[in-house]
Ligand binder design. Structure first.
Ligand code: AMP
Length: 283
């Protein structure tokens, strides 16, 4: 496996791959890799001639400086894990390699068509501008045939699909199911920041989501919503930031289960100071 840190070196490798007609699979990540990431990488390896993974903690998508400072960084361990699952190229640039000073300061602009006005977009202003900024740059550099994203970041996946349509990237976006611990807790790099007690507590989030499926469709949407929020908040140490039951395509909140056949419940919960996200498909 080759570790690449400059755009120039990446360009050379990609040019060679393209000139020899190889398909390129790509998994963008922020590192601190876990089995969720590795599931995407394994699928990428199996479906493409070459697998590229980026490891870059993108400063422009963090609206909270502390969150950026505390984000776990484990490049050496990440590189070992990636080599063990057959990834051929890791692109791990530093921020100066990706952005010039002006780009770091001036917010990137993109027409989200309303997809950014709910959920993460509402609570993390500028977050998705940074995501589109970095993923569009990475797509220009890596020129992937296919790119793999997790459904755990449900809103991100919808926004990336819109970005690809609007910017005409010739790439197939592959959405991958959420990978969970046996306990049900969705794997996340941020789980590494939880104390053992908080980890136990966090399991409750996925449990409540799963249980809500038993009542969904027979309970009015707003009642299910309120009951779920109350059930999570009832645990001391957990605090729901938002829970939205949305149309899986438009991401707009629904009022009735009959409105569409594509319905997802998306939640963000603070476990102490750690912000965790999860979601569940109702329909
Ligand atoms: P991140 O490093 O958090 O930016 O994540 C990189 C990619 O891995 C994104 O497409 C995430 O949605 C995906 N991912 C992270 N955690 C999981 C998980 N538990 N299951 C599936 N995909 C995941």
């Amino acid at each position: 496996m080759q570790l690449i840190t400059t755009k120039k070196a990446l360009f050379e490798v990609v040019s060679h791959a393209k000139s020899t007609g190889k398909t390129i699979g790509f998994v963008p990540t922020m590192g601190a890799l876990h089995n969720g990431h590795l599931t995407l990488v394994k699928r990428c390896v199996s479906e493409n001639d070459l697998c590229f993974v980026s490891v870059f903690v993108n400063p422009t998508q963090f609206n909270d400086k502390n969150d950026l400072a505390n984000y776990p960084r484990t490049l050496e361990a990440d590189a070992q894990l990636l080599a063990s699952v057959g990834c051929q190229f890791v692109f791990a640039p530093n921020a100066d390699e990706m952005y010039d000073a002006e780009e770091m300061q001036k917010p990137f602009e993109f027409d989200f068509g309303g997809l950014d006005e709910v959920m993460e977009g509402r609570f993390r202003p500028g977050h998705f501008n940074g995501v589109v900024q970095v993923v569009s740059k990475l797509f220009q550099l890596v020129q992937p045939t296919r790119a793999y994203f997790g459904e755990k970041d449900f809103q991100q996946l919808a926004i990336i699909r819109r970005m690809v349509t609007i910017m005409n990237f010739p790439v197939e976006i592959v959405g991958c199911p959420i990978v969970r611990e046996e306990s049900g807790l969705a794997l996340s790099s941020r789980n590494a920041l939880l104390t053992p007690e908080q980890r136990q507590l966090a399991v409750h989030i996925s449990q409540v989501l799963k249980e809500s499926c038993l009542f969904a469709l027979e309970t009015p949407v707003h009642e299910l919503h309120d009951a779920l929020v109350a059930a999570v908040n009832a645990r001391e140490g957990l605090e729901v930031e938002y829970f939205e039951i949305v149309d899986g395509k438009t991401l707009q909140p629904i009022e009735k289960w009959e409105e569409t056949n594509d319905i997802v419940g998306c939640i963000t919960v603070y476990c102490g100071k750690i912000r965790l996200i999860d979601n569940i498909r109702y329909k």
